[in-house]
Structure formats: structure tokens, C-alpha cells
Design a protein around this ligand. Structure first.
Ligand code: AMP
Ligand code: MG
Length: 331
């Protein structure tokens, strides 16, 4: 059985093709780049996805060296994400399903990140820190569902880093903003005190972002020291909540995924925390940590294997689709 996965919940358009043994036959990604100095504009991103969709699908079939008719399933991201972007993916999935006469599977994006991590990292039951431009969640499996043990109560971590970078005039067309900040942070030497905001198991970044921007505007601190202090603070918060989820659930594996998971300092901190609990730490390479079509294809496939199905009427997108809404039939 072969599944084609369509991911376009935010700025990335991903088409993946995966077989039932978990072999990734194709994983094509095209990224919408907002105009200099601005963030993702949902309508413009969705136009990018529409304009690039057929090429991306062609590329994926070429990479996999298979014909469209050989696929057995069309999987797509139902949510969460940006409405106009998600709708491009859903419309494409319905069209392919009708044209090829293949069933559809609507999947939850954060769970797809978890499942591709379990597959590639050969993990059994990890506590997952999912940190990206649009999401920040600590997820673990409990009583038949993926539960969110902690999350941001305002902006996602990646968004905090991206907006900070824009506010202080950083930019690089070749690199994600988080990476630019990571490089600046490496040159930072002095830790500047920042608010540390954890409420219960949840984290908050918007006040920290404002604080960091004000410190920059005061002209008293270097971008290097600010980047270093910002990273140390927000990553410590994430590691603390992940550690508490690990201790509470008594699991023995930790996985970090999402675009921010490329950050070496975050991985180093998580690795240290995880090994102090005698647990295994695993990260993903950027190709599968960033939003991608392969993870959507794979989750669709294992859902199908467990007997799940999506009726045509149930293919509407859901911008606020939460992991715990999904009954996990495949574990
Ligand atoms: P995603 O939403 O999963 O596609 O990931 C995009 C987010 O990852 C953006 O906010 C980027 O700034 C962030 N990001 C990418 N590379 C890094 C890095 N090395 N360190 C921190 N954040 C990063
Ligand atoms: Mg994502």
C-alpha cells in the first residue's frame, strides 16, 4: 500500500509518498517566502501553494518513480493551520481522490509530526516537544489519545524568535530566522535577566518578546547578548515543562520535532535533561522535522491500516484541530 500526503498548513507546501513499510519514496517541499521584513500572509501563502501544487505533485511522482494510479490513498492535513492554506490542500486531496478513484484520509498535523518521529527515530512511546513557527506543544500518549500536557498560551516559540529577529532588523534570505538568532546567540557572552513565564504546565512568550524588543530599543545591549539570553530563557522554559511531563508520565523517551528542533542549543539542553532521567533523547533531521508531506502520508497510512476512514463529507478543514480529538486506533 502506498500513500500520497499533502501538507500545506502554513508557509510550506509538502508532497510526500510513503509505502506501508515506512519507506519514504518522495518528500518534496516548496516554501513560500514573505516579502522582506514581514510575516506569513495567509492568502499569499495559499496562492503560492495553488500555483506550485501541480509541479510539486509531478516532482513527487518523479522522485518516487511511480505512476499516479499506483497510490492507494490520498492523505492530507485537516488542521490545525491557516485556513486559506489548509483549504488548498483539502481541495487538491479531494480532486486527486476523485480523479484517481482512491480513498481519502484527513489527518491531524501535530500527530503526524509525532508518528514520523516514532518511525524514523525507532521510538516506542516518547514524550514529544513539538516546537515550530505555528505550534508549541508537549504531547504524550495516554489512555488511547495523544494528550497535550503543556502548550503556549499565546504565540508559538518559532513565532517569538521570528518576530524578535524582524524587530531587531535581522534577516537572511538563505536561512530561517531561528537559525540566524542561533548564530548570533553563539557569540553572546553576557546573560541578561528575562522574565521566565510558566503557568502550570503552559508557557507564554509574548511578554518575553516585548521585553526583548524593548531591551534592544534601549540601545544598551548587543544583539548577540540579547539573542543568547532570549534563547537560554525560552528553551529553559520548554525543557522544564518537557521534564515535568516526562517525570509525570514515567516514559523513557523524549523526541523533539518542528522547525525549532533544528536548534543545536535546544537539543543539547534537552539531551542533558533526558539523560539525567535515564531516558533516550531523539531529534529528527530538518527534512522530517520541518513541515513535510511524508509525515502526512505516513499517518494516513497507519490510520488506514487500523481501519480508519474519512468520508468525503468529512474533508472540511479545521484550523483549530487538536490532537486529543483523534481517537488513536493504530496503537
Ligand atoms: P516549521 O513551522 O516547523 O516549518 O518551522 C519553522 C520555524 O522554525 C520558524 O519559526 C524558524 O525560525 C524556526 N527555526 C528554523 N531553524 C531554527 C533554528 N536553527 N533555531 C531555532 N529556530 C529555528
Ligand atoms: Mg508543523
Amino acid at each position: 500500500m502506498i500513500s500520497l500526503g499533502i501538507e500545506c498548513s502554513a508557509d510550506k507546501l509538502g508532497i510526500g509518498i510513503v509505502d506501508v513499510n515506512g519507506n519514504i519514496l518522495a518528500n518534496i517541499r516548496k516554501t513560500y517566502k514573505p516579502p522582506h521584513g514581514s510575516g506569513i500572509h495567509p492568502r499569499e501563502a495559499s496562492e503560492f501553494h495553488s500555483n506550485n501544487m501541480s509541479q510539486a505533485i509531478d516532482d513527487a511522482f518523479k522522485q518516487a518513480s511511480i505512476k499516479p494510479r499506483t497510490i492507494d490513498l490520498v492523505s492530507f492535513t485537516k488542521g490545525p493551520g491557516l485556513g486559506p492554506c489548509l483549504r488548498v490542500g483539502a481541495v487538491t486531496a479531494r480532486t486527486l481522490s476523485l480523479a484517481l478513484n482512491k480513498p481519502l484520509m484527513a489527518v491531524n498535523h501535530p500527530i503526524a509530526h509525532v508518528e514520523i518521529g516514532r518511525l524514523v527515530g525507532e521510538l516506542n512511546d516518547p514524550v514529544v516537544l513539538y516546537v515550530s513557527g505555528g505550534n508549541t506543544q508537549i504531547i504524550a500518549f495516554s489512555e488511547g489519545r495523544y494528550r497535550v500536557f503543556g502548550e503556549t498560551i499565546d504565540i508559538p516559540i518559532g513565532n517569538c524568535l521570528d518576530v524578535f529577529g524582524r524587530n531587531v532588523g535581522l534577516s537572511d534570505q538563505q536561512m530561517p530566522m531561528g537559525r540566524v538568532i542561533e548564530l548570533k546567540a553563539k557569540e553572546g557572552k553576557n546573560y541578561i535577566s528575562f522574565p521566565y513565564v510558566i503557568k502550570g504546565m503552559d508557557v507564554s512568550f509574548s511578554g518575553i518578546l516585548t521585553h526583548a524588543t524593548r531591551l534592544y530599543e534601549s540601545n544598551k545591549y548587543s544583539i548577540e547578548d540579547l539573542s543568547y539570553s532570549l534563547q537560554e530563557t525560552v528553551f529553559s522554559m520548554l525543557v522544564e515543562v518537557t521534564e515535568r511531563a516526562l517525570a509525570h508520565t514515567k516514559k523513557s523517551e523524549v523526541l523533539v520535532t518542528g522547525g525549532v528542533a533544528s536548534n543545536k542549543r535546544l537539543k543539547e539542553m534537552l539531551n542533558e535533561m533526558t539523560s539525567s532521567h535515564g531516558a533516550i533523547f531523539s531529534g529528527l533531521d530538518a527534512d522530517l522535522a520541518l513541515d513535510n508531506g511524508a509525515m502526512i502520508a505516513w499517518l494516513g497510512l497507519i490510520m488506514k491500516g487500523a481501519g480508519d476512514k474519512t468520508d468525503f463529507e468529512d474533508t472540511l478543514v479545521d484550523q483549530h484541530f487538536r490532537p486529543e480529538e483523534v481517537e488513536v486506533t493504530w496503537r
